[in-house]
Ligand binder design. Structure first.
Ligand code: PEP
Ligand code: MG
Length: 538
């Protein structure tokens, strides 16, 4: 027996044949072309063909998985037409006489590296989409077929899986996914959770061809894949599988039940989302609301600001899908790790300490008010709350509120209906935590962003994987701040929640309940398990 470890994406046990999906190397011709115009025509034809292929993949995904999941394909369709990408390919063909396949391969790698280097897990996870689209184009141009096919129920083992690899595979034949690369935020990971397929990413497995076809097992709880598991391991995994089944059954019984401790303390269990694509998962996992809608993703992966109408439609979709449950939308938190070229943000020595979030919005008030108007209009269709990110001083919140009031008045003046919105803040700077008493007089609620609060409190760049051992998410300094924030909120009569990753840490649940937190907002998959944990608490 051999075993390898990685990061769990979806827990659960799976047994099956190991199927190694190893991609054929796409070798592109580096020699210069003689007719750049003809090469450019080759490229634009490949874009058309790729678009047709993606249309077909969209249909397949919609039929097999539904409308929401099919939108994943749309991300790629959008990237296919991205002006920056097209310009970069054109530049190589026209100015360096590159051949079309080589140009797309080079630009794809360059864009991949840019996305992979971003701190934000969601944006990092778009890197495989870029790789996917450039590989599709290069494969169309060179005629080398790189698609994967499964023929029997499999534990899929691969270097990495692009979203279209995953979407093209026959879902009925996938028992588990194990990849050497990949992130828990990738679309493949998102799909694995939706399909409830045990999955491990960043596994330390070597893609040894000898593993192909051997019996394998995946322990998605521990993040371990076994090749030819021994009897004792099989027995242990079988027992775990039984426990999982019983657990799943018992979690199902929690649907529709309140999240309340035995002594009667009620916690609102909400979901974190990045786009309307995630709404189905919110409903499926019985979230009691949306505690963090990261609106910046509407602004990224494009060439210009999203307009009021486009934003209104996204926020309205969320408001309507939640049918009266609260949807907290965070206003634009761009900057630092989350970049969009068209913002023209200056390069900075310390981007995490620089020009981001409300600091940009309070300068670009037209852009900010466009978002705020869209939010007020959407609020007429459900229960929307808004929170401002990266607040450090009371004046910033006051200014945000003034602009919100102006935006609301503009909506009404234009003859449209503006709903009511609770205006709260994210507490994610130590300054906001320390001045929570003052901020609580101006805010309708607090939602603690523990990801940034940890980074700023411990002075540890959340982007720097080498510092992980110092990034103590249970650090006493952070616990003290969390205590203070909840106390300040309650002294002022407002509610407090947590929407950073720490909210789903089971080791912290009892502490948060004891501190008096009113809401926890987590990835949809964690909702029912957390509800169970809280309902078992005294
Ligand atoms: C946080 O900082 O905890 C948070 C939820 O915001 P983000 O991770 O998007 O910065
Ligand atoms: Mg943050």
């Amino acid at each position: 027996m051999e075993q390898f470890s990685g990061k769990t994406v979806f827990p659960g046990i799976a047994f099956g044949k190991a199927t190694l999906l190893i991609k054929e190397e796409l070798v592109t011709d580096k020699s210069p072309c003689t007719d750049p115009d003809a090469e450019w025509a080759v490229y634009t034809n490949a874009v058309k063909e790729a678009d047709n292929q993606l249309d077909a993949l969209f249909e397949k995904t919609r039929n097999e998985l539904g409308e929401e999941e099919a939108l994943i394909v749309d991300v790629q369709r959008m990237m296919l037409q991205d002006d920056d990408f097209l310009d970069a390919v054109k530049d190589l063909i026209q100015n360096e006489a590159s051949r079309a396949a080589y140009a797309v391969d080079r630009v794809g790698k360059q864009f991949y590296d840019q996305f992979a280097a971003l701190d934000d897990p969601y944006m990092q996870a778009r890197a495989p989409d870029i790789a996917d689209i450039s590989r599709r184009l290069a494969s169309i141009i060179t005629g080398i077929n790189t698609a994967f096919i499964l023929t029997e129920p499999s534990i899929v083992i691969a270097e990495d899986l692009t979203p279209s690899d995953t979407l093209s595979l026959d879902k009925k034949l996938i028992r588990a996914f194990v990849t050497r690369k990949g992130s828990p935020q990738s679309h493949t990971a998102i799909l694995a959770r939706i399909l409830k397929i045990p999955s491990i990413v960043q596994a330390d497995i070597n893609l040894n061809k000898e593993f192909d076809g051997k019996i394998a097992a995946v322990d998605g709880h521990a993040g371990i894949v076994y090749i030819e598991p021994d009897e004792a391991t099989n027995k242990k995994l079988n027992q775990q599988e039984e426990t999982d089944r019983a657990e799943e059954k018992s979690l199902e019984t929690l649907r529709g039940l309140p999240t309340i401790t035995k002594s009667g303390k009620k916690i609102e269990l909400a979901a974190n989302i990045g786009s309307v694509e995630d709404l189905q998962a919110v409903i499926d996992n019985d979230a009691e609301g949306i505690g963090l809608f990261r609106s910046e993703f509407l602004y990224m992966g494009r060439n210009n600001y999203p307009g009021e109408e486009e934003q209104f439609n996204a926020y309205k979709a969320a408001a309507e899908a939640l049918k009266g449950k609260r949807v907290i939308i965070r206003t634009l938190d761009i900057g630092a790790d989350k970049q969009a070229a068209y913002f023209g943000l200056p390069g900075e020595e310390n981007p995490a300490l620089g020009y981001r979030a409300v600091r940009i919005c309070l300068d670009r008030t037209d852009m900010f008010k466009t978002q705020l108007r869209a939010l007020y209009r959407a609020a007429a269709f459900g229960r929307i709350a808004v929170m401002f990110p990266m607040i450090a001083s009371v004046w910033e919140l006051k200014r945000c509120k003034e602009l919100a009031a102006e935006a609301k008045a503009e909506v009404t003046k234009s003859g449209k209906i503006a709903g009511d919105i609770e205006l709260g803040i994210m507490v994610e700077t130590p300054a906001a935590a320390l001045c929570a008493d003052d901020l609580a007089k101006e805010a309708a609620f607090f939602s603690v962003g523990t990801n940034d609060l940890t980074q700023y409190t411990l002075a540890i760049d959340r982007q720097n994987a080498d510092l992980e051992k110092y990034l103590d998410t249970h650090h006493p300094a952070l616990i003290k701040l969390l205590e203070m924030i909840a106390e300040s909120a309650h002294r002022a009569g407002i509610w407090a929640g947590i929407c950073g990753e720490l909210a789903s840490d089971p080791e912290m649940t009892a502490t948060f309940v004891k501190m008096g937190y009113d809401e926890l907002s987590v990835s949809p998959v964690f909702i029912l398990g957390l509800r169970k944990r809280i309902r078992e608490m005294e």
